[in-house]
Design a protein around this ligand. Sequence first.
Ligand code: ZN
Length: 217
Amino acid sequence: MEITWLGHSAVKIKGSRTVFIDPFLTGNPACPTCPEEIREADVIIVTHHHGDHLGDAFALAKKTGAVLVGIHEIAVEAQAQGVAAEGMNIGGTVEVKGVKIHMVVAHHSAEKGNATGVIVELDGKRLYHAGDTGLTYDMKLVAEFFRPDLSFIPIGDRYTMGVPSAVKAVEFLQTKRVIPIHFDTFPIVRADPQDFKRRVGSLAEVIVLKPGGTFTL
Ligand code: ZN
């Protein structure tokens, strides 16, 4: 499975299916990929209704024929624009094209619906994308139920966890590997991923990618 960080919270997961989460590409100063370059997607997941997460999701779904998955209110908006979408809510699971998506709590705001996190199950692996969130004890439930093989955790502070809380999140999640996200896109979410890595220490393997960088899971 190939994991690519596209800057900010945008990730691409390429296994037997191709999954995008929060594809904010147009207007993302840290994104190395033009939306025009993306031709293939099976599932596009949006964690919450903020421009830097919803991003190009509708346009990409239309272009690739991917199914959009998000909280009910996002799915309704997508369907109204002619996008194939599956709505769900926190606590639920949907399966689309063999990809299982579990929706979990995130502590954050949203233009519509709630902010969420997701656990994606694909090819026998579990990947947790925290979306935008503050630190929450609910992450202990994610550990207990899902034991993530890999987690995407925001560290940019101000709108999400900063480094100290993100380190605590790694402890709560008991995740084997972490990729820090949601930092250095804009000056107001500046963070030091190496400091995060140092503080996580032996709790988990911290994979610091550059935007466009890939990790093989
Ligand atoms: Zn947000």
